[in-house]
Design a protein around this ligand. Structure first.
Ligand SMILES: Nc1ncnc2c1ncn2[C@@H]1O[C@H](COP(=O)(O)OP(=O)(O)OP(=O)(O)O)[C@@H](O)[C@H]1O
Length: 347
């Protein structure tokens, strides 16, 4: 389904490769965690699978196609088989939940009737029934991510790529998102997820590929997070006397109140605003699945929020629109009626 054969990737202007001689194969229906320290090459792998980047060496096959042979004109068609979810949700802020999800289907030319049926179905699946007419700013961070997941899978892609989808969310909200992803995977969708979430990786016992400085250092069938991939939290959550838990659909019970990683010495107040999360997720309370998270009514920043910790923040080309990144339109083509440039976190 996805095969990397001796892939190296060196970005222009850099002195060392982001990926060096990476080979792996993911089978249909697998759930694969990509773990590794910041800058180890996880996002680069996802971008290569999506053909957003080209390898410097080696061959990549996705869904039976050699990506090197797909012309730029055909890339949007290729990407229709791949859903993508980002850490920062990337919803269209001026469109309702329904319109955000319908967007995927409109761009690929589905009929109004099809869209009217498909969107409520997928919103129900992600636990957002009754929220179709809300605007993104009226949703909690977890709910916004559910919208983004609904948008990614409404087209029933064979592969879902998730780049730190819980990176801006507190543990309880993240557990809800992981449940949604597990359900999608149980339906047969292959999921490749880059993450720093030690807790879920440890509990879910899925395949784990660990990268270190662009090389695969571990590929375990039912692995855990490991020690080398850890990055610190901004601020430790208060230690509960009796940890709250959330049960994943696999039956795994995950503690939600305690942080999975080692706390950092830096207090939250000292973290510059620029590296704080762009959203204000709901408080870390154990909510029964699949109830979506409550919106943070008081506007207070929860204690156990992680910053967007990128050692080398790399922006995607500014000129690349949402539709292009979602694989719905060829790079640089006309935006048509879709106002898709104005994307990003809405809180
Ligand atoms: N477009 C780019 N241009 C130059 N260097 C890049 C580019 N994209 C990534 N890199 C570099 O490649 C390396 C791997 O980056 P990548 O984003 O794949 O890591 P990552 O494991 O996803 O990190 P994080 O956990 O922080 O998201 C880093 O050294 C990064 O600086």
């Amino acid at each position: 389904m996805i095969r990397f054969d001796h892939i190296s990737k060196q970005y222009r202007g850099t002195s060392r490769p982001a990926l060096g001689d990476v080979s792996f194969e993911a089978q249909r229906g697998e759930f694969v965690f990509l773990v590794g320290a910041s800058g180890s090459g996880k996002s680069s792998c996802l971008r290569l699978i999506l053909k957003e980047e080209r390898p410097s060496k080696g061959k990549i096959h996705v869904l039976g196609q050699d990506l090197g042979t797909i012309s730029s004109r055909k890339v949007p068609y290729f990407r229709r088989n791949i859903g993508v979810v980002f850490q920062d949700f990337r919803l269209l802020p001026n469109k309702t939940v329904h319109q955000n999800v319908a967007f995927t289907l409109q761009v690929i030319g589905k009929s109004r009737g099809y869209i009217q049926e498909a969107v409520p179905d997928v919103l129900k699946m992600v636990g957002l029934e009754g929220k179709a007419q809300r605007m993104p700013h009226e949703l909690s961070g977890g709910e916004q991510q559910r919208v983004a997941i609904a948008r990614a899978v409404v087209n029933k892609p064979q592969i879902l790529l998730a780049d730190e989808p819980t990176g801006n969310l507190d543990p309880a909200t993240s557990a809800g998102i992981m449940n949604v992803l597990e359900r999608i995977n149980a339906g047969g969708t292959t999921i490749i997820m880059a993450t720093h979430e030690a807790m879920f990786v440890d509990q879910m016992k899925k395949r784990v590929i660990e990268l270190s400085q662009g090389e695969i250092v571990r590929d375990e069938r039912h692995g855990g997070y490991g020690v080398t991939a850890a990055i610190p939290l901004v601020k430790p959550a208060p230690a509960p006397t009796e940890p709250a838990t959330v049960q994943l659909t696999t039956g795994v019970v995950v503690p939600v109140a305690a942080p999975a990683r080692q706390p950092a010495a830096t207090p939250a107040a000292e973290i510059p605003a620029a590296v704080r999360p762009a959203t204000t997720p709901a408080a870390a309370t154990a909510a029964p699945e699949p109830a979506p998270e409550a919106s943070p009514a008081d506007g207070k920043q929860p204690d156990n929020v992680r910053p967007i910790t990128r050692a080398n923040p790399v922006a995607h080309p500014a000129e690349m629109s949402l539709a292009e990144r979602l694989g719905l339109r060829a790079n640089g083509t006309d935006g048509g009626d879709y106002d898709d440039q104005n994307v990003g976190p809405v809180k």
